[in-house]
Design a binder for this molecule. Structure first.
Ligand code: DQA
Length: 144
């Protein structure tokens, strides 16, 4: 069983970007951690990151085929306004779990809105890198 973990804009800068919010581990460190934890659940993971909306949409479309059973997505700032990403997710008949490292509801008001939540199975926010692992666990329960 394989899943895709998608990360959106500026998450390639994890480790240097606002460490008081996102911590000091790089995306590559976090991906290694997710991979290890997923392996314990018998789940294979692939990872994709882009700063471009169209490329993220293409990655969401790639979940359509037989390769992936579902997807964990941190759409970063696109979460809050990308109807195109939302339409892409709702076009793919596979479970998506929305993830945020920070507790978006304790931050600026614009982060309180997610246009992708209604088309995702659920949301995990506020647990740093652990948010991804919790999302993988939730997804594993759905797809197994
Ligand atoms: C984020 C929260 C978003 O509001 C922000 O734009 C991000 C990261 C998070 O993981 O906490 O880039 O998705």
């Amino acid at each position: 069983m394989k899943i895709l973990v998608i990360n959106g804009p500026n998450l390639n800068l994890l480790g240097v970007r606002e460490p008081h919010i996102y911590g000091t581990r790089t995306l590559s460190d976090i991906n290694d951690y997710i991979l290890d934890e997923a392996k314990k659940l018998g789940i294979e993971c692939e990872f994709y990151q882009s700063n471009c909306e169209g490329e993220l949409i293409a990655a969401v479309h790639s979940v359509l085929g037989d390769d992936y059973a579902g997807c964990v997505i941190n759409a970063a700032a696109y979460t809050h306004y990308s109807y195109a990403l939302r339409d892409a997710i709702s076009s793919v008949n596979k479970p998506f779990v929305e993830v945020h490292m920070s507790n978006v509801h304790s931050r600026e008001e614009f982060r309180h809105t997610s246009v992708i939540s209604p088309v995702c199975k659920g949301i995990i926010a506020g647990f740093g890198e652990e948010s991804y692992v919790l999302a993988v666990k939730a997804l594993a329960d759905i797809i197994k």
